[in-house]
Write a protein that binds this ligand. Sequence first.
Ligand code: FES
Length: 172
Amino acid sequence: MKLSEKTQNAILDLQKCYPERRSALIPALHLAQTEIGYLPLEIQGEVAALFDISLNEVASVVTFYDMFFDKPVGKHILHICKNVSCMLRGSDGIIEKVCAKLQIKPGETTQDGEFTVISSECLAACDRAPMMLVDDKVVGPVHENGIDELLKEAKKGKGHPSPIEFHEADHV
Ligand code: FES
């Protein structure tokens, strides 16, 4: 597994946008994840080499943020908030119900590869508590009796996106 030349060049271009090139690490990881689908150690190592930093530094960023995956994930990502506002409004029950319906635990992916469930810290939409992020869409307040419909709708989407996209015209 290896990053394409196109992704490597895009990462080098990104570094030029910042006074300190390591400031481009997070968008660079998004680019790498967009290409590969997740960030296994060998890809983290490639990114580290492009930044001339250690693998440990890259790994500490990848494992800190919920938006990066160091193992394969499902087509759709369900980030269910478990933080205080959502917890007080029943997020524990939502997480339990979603996981029971999908027959997985938080952090796992369904056998058909459709869904990965992640119980997340505050997702900055406390006014929608209890809420979840279905791929890139904020959904809430979530009601336990609306979960079937929510999963059905989620399946129609094109999957979890990367916030960073290639601009084809720039990288041909
Ligand atoms: S506590 Fe759930 S979005 Fe903030």
